[in-house]
Ligand binder design. Structure first.
Ligand SMILES: NC(=O)c1ccc[n+]([C@@H]2O[C@H](COP(=O)([O-])OP(=O)(O)OC[C@H]3O[C@@H](n4cnc5c(N)ncnc54)[C@H](OP(=O)(O)O)[C@@H]3O)[C@@H](O)[C@H]2O)c1
Length: 307
């Protein structure tokens, strides 16, 4: 089978395709013939920044072709999606059953990779802020795989005003089409009327304006892999708070809550109330182009590899 790997730290050009044997599922694992693989900023960053090369994992969807020992929930032929911790940029990949879920008949594999993982992050980050109906919500990286779902979910959960913050004003039409009332670009002096909740996917230097965008009593949820520092005084003045969120922690420690998020996402999708967007599909062999699409911050929605 074909898979994508890298041996040296670098940019998208470090990725190469190789032929390797199809892996065997161990206990608690599924072998999946992949139909769609999501490309995300954390994985793209690892190619540039990890201390040493690691497998290109992430979310994927496809058909179960073989089941490891000890699992009764999944069978050959099932359509599944989940998070792959090993080599995921491949024609066949191993999924841990604990991190896998069924794809309903009304959805494609592309829908699944655009919706499930990113949607769970968006929903979890939103819940972490404990928003009340009628509060306002600002989402940074609002056109990203997670952000474009967070916009829709904030609206759905009763936000009075949804603000999309983006790096490029050319993304305004896209985020407005998903329900954003206002659009701001990061470079602006202020981000308009203060908001009750900020969901921040960018981090770094953007944390300072993100905290300052909060109204008194406002909450910032930090869920980015971009690092950064928050000044305690900026929290103290105005009684603002900052909350960290990581979906993997919830999936591991509160699996019922994680499962409830996935059920809610599929229900909203089935009702047509949540629209995951695929920015572009790339062949597996073009994984470098897919990574470049993220690095150039061009994407509007999810970037997907199709083996
Ligand atoms: N905490 C968790 O559990 C969890 C799980 C998954 C993902 N995440 C985080 O969520 C964020 C968004 O992930 P995603 O998969 O939705 O992103 P994505 O679909 O890959 O989109 C990337 C977008 O992020 C924005 N961005 C901000 N800083 C960037 C940078 N330094 N390089 C490239 N793009 C940058 C860009 O839009 P703009 O230029 O418009 O900002 C870009 O278009 C990431 O920080 C990721 O680490 C967190």
């Amino acid at each position: 089978m074909r898979r994508i790997r890298y041996e040296r730290i670098g940019g998208p050009e470090a990725l190469f395709q190789e032929e390797v044997p199809v892996p065997e599922p161990g206990a608690g694992e599924l072998l999946v013939r992949t139909e769609a693989i999501g490309v995300t900023l954390p994985v793209v960053r690892k190619v540039r920044e990890a201390a040493r090369p690691i497998p290109l994992g992430g979310e994927l969807a496809g058909e179960v072709v073989s089941v490891g020992e000890g699992d009764g929930e999944f069978a050959t032929g099932d359509r599944v999606t989940g998070l792959c911790f090993g080599h995921g940029y491949a024609e066949y990949a191993l999924l841990r059953t604990a991190m896998a879920s069924h794809v309903p008949a009304y959805a494609t594999a592309r829908d699944a990779v655009a919706l499930v993982r990113s949607g769970a992050v968006a929903l979890g980050a939103l819940e972490a802020a404990r928003p009340e109906r009628g509060e306002s919500v600002l989402v940074t990286a609002a056109a990203s795989g997670v952000g474009h779902l967070a916009l829709q979910l904030a609206r759905r959960r009763g936000a009075s005003r949804v603000v999309a913050a983006v790096g490029d004003p050319a993304k305004a039409d896209f985020v407005r089409s998903l329900g954003a009332d206002d659009v701001v670009t990061y470079g602006r002096e202020t981000w308009g009327e203060p908001v009750d909740v900020v969901l921040d996917a960018v981090g770094g230097a953007l944390l300072t304006p993100a905290v300052k965008a909060l109204a008194p009593g406002g909450r910032l949820v930090a869920y980015s892999s971009g690092g950064g520092t928050i000044e305690a005084y900026d929290l103290l003045s105005g009684g603002r708070s900052a909350i960290g969120f990581q979906v993997a922690i919830v999936a591991r420690t509160r699996p019922q809550r994680y499962t409830a998020w996935i059920e809610e996402l599929w229900r909203l999708f089935g009702e047509g109330a949540l629209r995951p967007a695929v920015h572009a599909e790339f062949a597996l062999a073009d994984a470098a182009r897919a990574h470049a699409a993220i690095e150039t911050r061009a994407n509007r929605g999810k970037v997907v590899l199709v083996p």
